[in-house]
Design a protein around this ligand. Structure first.
Ligand SMILES: Cc1cc2ncn([C@H]3O[C@H](COP(=O)(O)O)[C@@H](O)[C@H]3O)c2cc1C
Ligand SMILES: O=C(O)c1cccnc1
Length: 345
């Protein structure tokens, strides 16, 4: 599958910047909000951007490595239980999406469970979890390709329903390990530095997680970004990569969540140029590798609240800041409109 991701068209940059500078405020005094307003104006190619049908897609998938419980404190079954929780409206991401009027869609990308026909669940299952990459690649090239394509077509559907700002979340016990492996592969930071607490490993358990992942990393030598995603990824991660690529192709504004989603983005960014032009980094996760991945991308997120949950929660919590950026750009008076003088007379 091929994506055509064009760089931001900057022909309106000086017009939008001028509009921002003429608002009734000292130049630059709305700080990062001004940068976001400009970025979204450029993405949408207008000086009056809007945020339409904001949506978060949560991809869920299981990981072969999680069956043994060596790298994950919580058992694999929590993935399917949390999917039911999302569908019943009980998870953190439900609370925040309801709070900010963000549509939430839950996708079975590859959970190790047969769900009943249940309203609200999008069935895009590639397989019942990935293979254990201690022994073999997590998925085949075909499965990885299918996951990328599926993520992309789900974004197309959301776009066709009128969404122009999208965030991604994930659920998959063990996926902090997959994200660490991908991070190390793409950033070239040693794997030990990429492995963190995930849902809460500490002390000896963390050393064990590092040792297991070090040996996994040494075992495989993927020759391309696609192969790395297939070797180390999860179905929910590969679907997120495809979803990000399609959203950038469609010139949507993309809200990047925490450690796992950023790992999916780092893969997308290695595959295609210009993806970052469409991304807003929502928060810095407390998962220790996240800051390093952000440094690698040279990006500074909007907030740092010590969160380390995933599910898209950082994106949902940061969303109102983005609405403020659009609100000031569209609703604030200019000096002329408000008859406020800019010079002594
Ligand atoms: C109840 C619960 C809800 C979650 N929601 C997101 N995660 C997060 O934790 C998991 C990754 O951490 P690890 O690699 O340590 O398993 C992912 O499912 C991620 O979304 C959760 C984890 C748990 C236990
Ligand atoms: O930042 C994240 O995305 C994250 C961190 C720890 C566990 N799960 C997700």
């Amino acid at each position: 599958m091929n994506f055509t991701i064009t760089p931001l068209d900057k022909s309106l940059e000086s017009k939008i910047q001028h509009k921002i500078n003429l608002k009734t405020k000292p130049v630059g005094s709305l700080g990062v909000l001004e940068k976001i307003a400009l970025q979204i104006g450029l993405i949408q190619h207008t000086s009056v951007p809007s945020l339409d049908n904001p949506t978060i897609l949560v991809f869920a998938g299981d990981h072969g490595i999680a069956e043994k419980g060596e790298v994950n404190p919580y058992p694999q079954v929590v993935t399917q239980q949390m999917v039911y929780n999302f569908l019943h409206g009980g998870a953190a991401i439900n609370a925040f999406c309801n709070q900010h009027h963000i549509a939430l869609k839950i996708v079975d990308a590859g959970v190790n469970h047969d769900f009943d026909q249940i309203e609200g669940l999008i069935d895009a299952k590639i397989a019942y979890g990935t293979k254990n990459y201690e022994n073999e690649p997590a998925m085949s090239r075909d499965e990885c390709c299918k996951a990328i394509q599926t993520g992309a077509s789900l974004v197309t559907e959301v776009y066709n329903d009128g969404c122009n700002i999208i965030g991604f979340g994930e659920m998959g016990i063990g996926n902090s390990s997959a994200a660490s492996l991908l991070m190390s592969y793409f950033t070239k930071i040693p794997i030990e530095e990429c492995v963190g607490a995930g849902t809460g490993v500490q002390g000896d358990a963390k050393k064990k997680k590092q040792a297991v992942l070090q040996s996994v990393f040494q075992k495989h030598k993927p020759a391309s970004a696609n192969e790395a995603l297939a070797t180390f990824g999860g179905f929910e991660i590969a679907m997120t990569t495809g979803a990000i690529l399609r959203a950038a192709e469609l010139k949507m504004t993309i809200l990047i969540d925490g450690f796992i989603v950023t790992a999916a983005l780092v893969a997308a960014n290695a595959m295609y140029e210009n993806v970052l032009d469409y991304c807003i980094f929502a928060h810095t996760s407390n998962e220790q590798g996240h800051q390093k991945m952000l440094n690698f991308l040279e990006k500074k997120p909007l907030i740092h609240l010590g969160m380390r949950l995933g599910e898209g929660t950082g994106a949902a919590v940061a969303y109102p800041i983005i609405t403020s950026a659009i609100a000031f750009l569209n609703n604030m008076a200019s000096f002329e409109e408000a008859s406020v003088n800019t010079s002594e007379s």
